[in-house]
Ligand binder design. Structure first.
Ligand code: IDP
Ligand code: MG
Length: 146
């Protein structure tokens, strides 16, 4: 079963769109199998977007990604990488198809709501950037282990 890394970007978190983004993926049968809220440090955003380090928008993009919390998740399903990209729409919301997340909600080519891995190779690098397979998870409240 294929897995992909999705990020609800700071613009979407700030606008109260976490639920709507997740709903659209779940409605298409993609399964959330990892989820966390993260405030990226500048170095972490730069590391994540290393492939774009020579792009003119790199500084602006990495500052945007540190401007508030993100929600990172792993979505699983057959062809998950391609299906997530289709539901996201093109990078530029003006070029994104009707009904896609970016067409519906993105304010600009930069503040475009959502990230999704673009290939099996990038998913394999991006998932461990945010998630480890084994470990002790933080608990809020008074959960008891039975
Ligand atoms: P993608 O997110 O659709 O895969 P990429 O080309 O990988 O698009 O670019 C990564 C992110 O960088 C985009 O989602 C967007 O936030 C930002 N970005 C891409 N192109 C531009 C641009 O021309 N100006 C400003 N920001 C951009
Ligand atoms: Mg990309």
């Amino acid at each position: 079963m294929e897995q992909t890394l999705v990020i609800v970007k700071p613009d979407a978190v700030a606008r109260g769109l976490i639920g709507e983004v997740i709903r659209r993926f779940e409605a298409e049968g993609l399964v959330v199998c990892g989820l966390r809220m993260v405030g990226l440090a500048q170095k972490e955003a730069e590391g994540f977007y290393q492939v774009h380090r020579h792009q003119p928008f790199f500084d602006s993009l990495t500052h945007f990604m540190t401007s508030g919390p993100c929600v990172a998740m792993v979505l699983e399903g057959e062809g998950a990488i391609r299906r997530v990209r289709t539901l996201m729409g093109a990078t530029d919301p003006l070029k994104a198809d009707e009904g896609t997340l970016r067409r519906s909600f993105a304010a600009s080519i930069e503040k475009n709501v959502v990230h999704g891995s673009d290939s099996v190779e990038s998913a394999a690098l991006e998932i461990p950037y945010f998630f480890c397979r084994l470990g002790i998870f933080p608990v809020v409240g008074r959960g008891e282990i039975s």
